[in-house]
Design a protein around this ligand. Structure first.
Ligand SMILES: Cc1cc2nc3c(=O)[nH]c(=O)nc-3n(C[C@H](O)[C@H](O)[C@H](O)COP(=O)(O)OP(=O)(O)OC[C@H]3O[C@@H](n4cnc5c(N)ncnc54)[C@H](O)[C@@H]3O)c2cc1C
Length: 225
């Protein structure tokens, strides 16, 4: 597996604790949408995986949440300023598209949206014709980001759609509840493949709901953070 050097060239706040970080890789590399880079963090000595949002030549975009409760890996990476150079391994990962021409549903909470965005954007850019729909969950409207980007995709591609579920707020234009509330038979019967990414409990809960609805395991793809 290749070790590369990544220089932080842009840092943007998306919400109070979520950042878009753009790194420039020393050596260009091929990546399959859905894959991640494992950063080797010099202060905490942790290795932490981060899914790629998208890659533009040597510039690699990430969205990373700074977790207050964590073991400091996410704080370390989010607290660095532009100019820091980090070592990273990869890209690696098997959370990639099946390459089947199917209707696909994508379910994410929090930063789980990152690889799903890369997967969907890649298919749409290749004029994939079947339906692609994202179900995104978060707590409140103020924790959301990238919604404008999804709206732009929706305006541009008639086969793309998305819905947002807020668990702690009832706001116009959003569903109130959890992402798995979407998974009633009437909604899922249109889809043949399911990609789930986010916190482990959510991934298990969604997978259970899908298997209860007789979705076969081979059509469920998951990435647990
Ligand atoms: C394949 C893969 C890809 C990942 N991609 C991303 C990414 O694109 N963006 C990102 O922010 N994180 C991502 N993560 C999570 C990341 O690797 C770290 O686990 C995270 O930054 C927390 O590290 P920590 O040392 O601060 O806390 P830890 O002590 O390692 O984790 C504390 C707790 O927080 C939970 N957690 C981890 N990540 C998140 C999150 N993003 N939101 C809410 N809870 C979380 C963990 O399940 C754990 O229970 C990914 C993880 C994996 C395995």
């Amino acid at each position: 597996m290749a070790i590369n050097h990544f220089t932080l060239v842009e840092k943007k706040y998306l919400t109070q604790d979520v950042f878009e970080l753009v790194y420039e890789a020393e050596n260009d590399f091929e990546i399959i949408p859905g894959q991640f880079i494992t950063f080797l963090l010099p202060k905490t000595w942790f290795a932490r995986a981060y899914s790629v949002l998208y890659k533009d030549a040597k510039k690699v975009h990430f969205i990373i949440k700074r977790l207050e409760k964590g073991r400091w890996g996410s704080k370390e990476i989010c607290d660095y300023e532009e100019g820091i150079v980090l070592r990273g391994v990869g890209p690696t990962g098997h959370f990639i598209d099946s390459k089947k021409i199917n209707n696909k549903l994508y379910i994410a909470t929090w930063t789980g949206i990152v690889p799903l965005y890369f997967l969907v954007r890649d298919l749409l850019s290749k004029w994939f014709e079947k339906s692609l729909k994202i179900i995104l969950g978060n707590r409140t409207q103020k924790n959301l980001y990238s919604i404008e980007e999804f709206q732009n995709l929706k305006n541009q591609f008639s086969n793309f759609d998305f819905e947002v579920f807020l668990s702690r707020e009832n706001s116009p234009g959003f569903q109130m509840g959890y992402v798995w509330d979407f998974l009633i038979q009437e909604n899922i019967q249109h889809f043949e493949e399911f990609y789930i990414c986010g916190n482990p409990n959510m991934v298990d809960e969604v997978e259970n709901k899908l298997t209860e609805a007789w979705v076969s395991q081979e059509n469920i793809f998951r990435e647990k953070y």
